[in-house]
Ligand binder design. Structure first.
Ligand SMILES: [Zn+2]
Length: 347
């Protein structure tokens, strides 16, 4: 695109190269496992590493995400498969990518300009009704979780899928509340993306540590129950939380025939206007590569990501600079805010 040649694009690239950049949501472990099943190896190296580096990415928060077809029976095994596949794949890129388990690892990643992976669970369906399994998952390196993906489980009610528009009622179960308390005891961060409105309200009333929405946008910019209302954003920020900007088309609300970057920046600007620049970050949820890994399973030929890959991330910073936002503010958004959060939350 022509705009890549302008001064803002160059300035944005420089900001990405010289400052920590975080993507707080990618279904990486799930994709690696899926590709391993069809005989692929070295998935990060083959599908991600070059673009991570070109975009200046430092931290990726990888989810463990289990498909509905594998629940409930195979949930726990799927989670173990995905974590194992991720750990195995990291061996092939060990000089450039490392697994982050604690604050020391986080500092090492930033100091050495490496790429670090933080592991978390998108939906606690794999634990079923047995919350004590979190003790084991923590030992494996899991550092956070959302109670539910968009579907109901024993802990909470999810909001609808990104492609639907449904106001789903029902909040946390008693077990869900106990699980949140245990997560706080184990210092696991809580992600509220995919939780429905009632559950969100109940959860925010009980948490003591700051929570994040790894991949949710603003509902007043685009109406979708996956996005947060202004009231929810204000509450999240009031607790010291951060929202990751989602790049999935139906959550952004971008016109498929127009450049989606301005609309993504509208979401960011809305959050900044509401609560300032200390509560916005990135959680792109790039899904196309995951879908294409299992064409017979889910891919219907229609792409959903507003960014082609992580190399394209700097388009957002360039547009924010073009709109007059300061470098200091953009540094916080591209990674500074999430780095500060993880530094606080990691053991
Ligand atoms: Zn998600």
């Amino acid at each position: 695109m022509a705009r890549k040649n302008d001064e803002y694009w160059q300035q944005a690239l420089k900001l990405h190269r010289e400052n920590p950049v975080v993507d707080a949501h990618l279904d990486l472990a799930a994709e690696i496992h899926m590709r391993y099943q069809i005989g692929e190896r070295e998935v990060i190296k083959k599908h991600y590493l070059d673009n991570f580096k070109a975009g200046g990415l430092n931290i990726v928060v990888s989810s463990v995400f289990v498909n509905t077809k594998d629940l409930p029976d195979k949930g726990l095994k799927q989670a173990m498969n995905q974590i194992s596949a991720l750990l195995c794949d990291l061996e092939s890129v060990r000089d450039e990518v490392m697994f982050i388990k604690n604050q020391k690892d986080l500092d090492a990643v930033i100091a050495r300009d490496k790429i670090g992976i933080i592991l978390y669970m998108e939906g606690l369906d794999p634990i079923g009704m047995d919350k004590d399994l979190l003790w084991g998952f923590r030992e494996l390196g899991v550092r956070g979780a959302s109670l539910t993906w968009s579907r109901r489980n024993y802990l909470a009610e999810g909001c609808c899928n990104a492609s639907e528009l449904k106001d789903i009622k029902g909040g946390l179960s008693e077990l869900g509340r106990e699980t949140v308390k245990l997560m706080e005891k184990l210092s696991l961060f809580v992600d509220i993306s995919h939780l429905n409105d009632e559950g969100y309200g109940e959860l925010m009333d009980m948490v003591t540590a700051p929570v994040i929405a790894t991949h949710s946008n603003a509902r007043s910019v685009h109406m979708n129950y996956r996005n947060l209302t202004d009231e929810q954003i204000i509450k999240l920020a009031g607790h010291g939380g951060i929202m990751g900007l989602n790049a999935y088309e139906s959550i952004v609300g971008a016109d498929p025939y127009e450049d989606p970057i301005p609309k993504m920046c509208d979401h960011l600007e809305h959050v900044i206007q509401l609560v300032g620049d200390s509560h916005a970050g990135y959680g792109f949820d790039l899904c196309d590569s995951y879908y294409m890994a299992a064409p017979r399973l889910t891919f219907d030929g229609k792409r959903g990501d507003c960014l082609l890959n992580h190399k394209e991330m700097a388009e957002i910073a360039a547009e924010m600079l073009r709109r007059g936002h300061s470098e200091e503010s953009i540094k916080k958004i591209i990674g500074g805010n999430f780095i500060a959060y993880f530094r606080k939350m990691l053991p």
